[in-house]
Write a protein that binds this ligand. Structure first.
Ligand code: ADP
Length: 355
């Protein structure tokens, strides 16, 4: 059992708050991704689970037991970092077995567990090689092997793929997902990359930096599609999705206009200024003069499989994602934008919360 629970956890460095009011329960066997911009405390949260940092306040429990004051080596947690420092003079087998050797395990047991880890990662044929004789992906797998061999209850991944080139990142992403299917353990994966978060996590926890050391970091926790379809606030709405969600200001007391179209009345009892959010894929480009928000195409980014079309309107510049290749939007063209009927989000402008 390795459920992990943060209970009102806070962390400061030199009196500067980095993490505050962190309450989160990670289920046993779950793969959860901590995602957020650089510097918002994700890595610190992970390091507190591992015991590499102490909490300033609150408590962390692993498997129902408080780990405050417990040495890293007594937590049965393995951490995989982005810089996978392998020992160049040791073979793959030596590298994978190293943690067991340090723990003084007998040679026969080490050999068995190294073979088992190598099988999981398809590294069997390479056990006698040295790191210099491996590809980047194989080296990363050796680093995973070194974590697996200890049979930890919890795997903590700290941006393990951010040093790899794009192709390798995609293949390693698959590798970690496969590992996840073969090994039952609780896994927490830290990244600033929303694509990694969306594709890998059973659940995602979106982190934001504290404001002047105050407030809280955790913006929303849920399944990827939940967060994408119903972001709880502007931060999550703008962080997940590429290109970012478009936002249109709606003044106090106004209806929800989209050019000449009307998206209906405001939510009951809400009179203040709002932001109307529409994702780029939820807008359709129609001919000039048809109902909708009139505009002019300013820029067309052709990405091969799709276009990102930047349209100047009276409500500001909006980005539309066009996936129908028969449409050939042209810069300078006058158009009307129409939202897919229900695909819009409303946020309170002052608080950023969904209304
Ligand atoms: P993330 O993983 O989200 O990029 P980090 O947890 O690494 O963020 O860092 C959060 C903040 O805490 C940053 O402002 C960073 O500079 C600060 N920080 C992290 N570790 C230390 C440390 N050992 N001493 C002082 N400040 C630190």
């Amino acid at each position: 059992m390795a459920e992990i629970e943060f209970k009102s956890v806070a962390k400061s460095f030199d009196k500067v708050g980095v993490i505050a009011g962190l309450d989160l329960r990670v289920q046993d066997g779950e793969f959860i991704v901590f995602v957020g911009p650089s510097g918002c405390g994700k890595s610190t949260a992970l390091r507190m689970i591992a015991g590499l940092e102490e909490t300033t306040a609150g408590d962390i429990q692993i498997g129902g037991r408080s780990v405050t004051g417990l040495a890293p080596s007594d937590r049965n947690v393995a951490m995989v970092f982005q810089s996978y420092a392998l020992y160049p003079h040791m073979t793959v087998a030596g590298n994978i077995g190293f943690p067991l050797k340090m723990a003084g395990r007998p040679a026969a047991e080490i050999a068995l567990r190294v073979k088992e880890a190598a099988d999981v990662l398809d590294l069997g044929p390479y056990l006698g090689r040295r790191p210099a004789q491996l590809s980047g992906g194989q080296r990363q797998r050796v680093a995973l092997g070194r974590a697996i061999v200890r049979h930890p209850d919890v795997f903590l991944f700290d941006e393990p793929l951010s040093n790899l080139d794009a192709d390798l990142r995609v293949s390693m992403r698959g590798e970690i997902m496969r590992l996840r299917e073969r090994i039952r353990a609780t896994m927490i994966y830290v990244t600033h990359d929303q694509t990694e978060a969306m594709t890998m996590g059973d659940r995602i926890a979106v982190f934001a930096p504290l404001k002047d050391g105050h407030g809280r970091n955790l913006m929303q926790v849920g399944r990827p599609e939940e967060l994408y379809e119903r972001p709880a606030n502007l931060f999550v709405a703008r962080f997940l999705g590429s290109p970012k969600m478009n936002l249109i200001e709606v003044g106090e007391g106004e209806m929800l206009p989209f050019g000449t179209m009307d998206l209906g009345p405001r939510p009951d009892g809400h009179h203040g200024a709002l932001l109307l959010g529409v994702r780029p894929e939820d807008i359709r480009i129609a001919g000039a003069g048809t109902p909708g928000l009139a505009g002019r195409i300013r820029l067309v980014e052709a990405l091969g499989a799709e276009y990102y079309v930047h349209v100047e309107t009276e409500a500001g510049e909006l980005i539309v994602r066009v996936m129908d290749k028969r449409l050939r939007p042209v810069s300078g063209e006058a158009v009307a934008l129409q939202p897919a009927s229900t695909a819009f989000h409303l946020f309170d402008k002052a608080t950023g919360s969904r209304v």
